[in-house]
Design a protein around this ligand. Structure first.
Ligand SMILES: [Zn+2]
Ligand SMILES: [Zn+2]
Length: 212
């Protein structure tokens, strides 16, 4: 894994930076697909991890959460309006249809606007999922933005910063509002759910401005 900001690490994976999992201080943020369990456990082995938090309840972000929380005895935290989806193993972005696999897990704590996680402040940024949250550290302007914006197209592995496909967001307009809110923070580092981190605030701002 590599440190992309103080006390914030991005785990290695294949393809590189495709299904991003972070360690912020002693908190694991997101957990990829269920088959990402092995690479996550291997990379965090020996580290002190005390909790697992999500950006949102999509299968490519909490696929391995159940297995990892069980194995390491971690409490699972996520945004209030995504709790039900996580506990039922649903993918809220696509009409709430049930997904196969061992995804469902009891949420220990619902988090929302103003809560603190590993030195980051929780921001409610709904749209791509109802309970989507971002993590913001004002002191060095570091933002973990989940899927409010993508660093690239995660299917073609190409292109610049863009919004997620509107079909994946139950409320794409609301997600654009959330993106504008995040851009207004002028983050120095943006850590995406998909794609390499952005360290040029102008590039992030321009991508959001293009959304109209
Ligand atoms: Zn998503
Ligand atoms: Zn995603």
């Amino acid at each position: 894994m590599r440190e992309i900001a103080p006390e914030l690490w991005l785990l290695d994976g294949t393809p590189k930076d495709n299904r991003n999992v972070y360690v912020a201080g002693d908190v694991l943020i997101d957990a990829g697909m269920n088959f990402d369990k092995g690479r996550i456990l291997k990379q965090i082995e020996g580290r002190s991890i005390t909790a697992h938090a999500l950006t949102h309840a999509h299968v490519d972000h909490y696929g391995a959460s159940h297995a990892i929380c069980d194995q390491l005895g971690l409490p699972l935290w996520c945004g209030t309006l995504d709790v039900e989806a996580v506990e039922e193993g649903k993918n809220v972005g696509r009409g709430g249809r049930k997904l196969p696999g061992p995804h469902k897990h009891k949420v220990s704590k619902a988090i929302g606007e103003g809560d603190e996680v590993a030195g980051f402040t929780v921001l409610d940024v709904p749209g791509h999922s109802p309970g989507h949250v971002a993590y913001w550290r004002e002191s060095d302007r570091t933002l973990i933005c989940g899927d409010v914006m993508w660093g690239y197209n995660p299917f073609t592995l190409r292109g610049g910063i863009r919004e997620p496909f509107p079909a994946f967001s139950p409320d794409a307009n609301r997600n654009r509002e959330s993106a504008r809110r995040l851009a207004a923070l002028e983050p120095a580092v943006v850590a995406f759910g998909h794609g390499a981190p952005c360290t040029d605030p102008a590039v992030f701002a321009a991508a959001v401005a293009k959304l109209g």
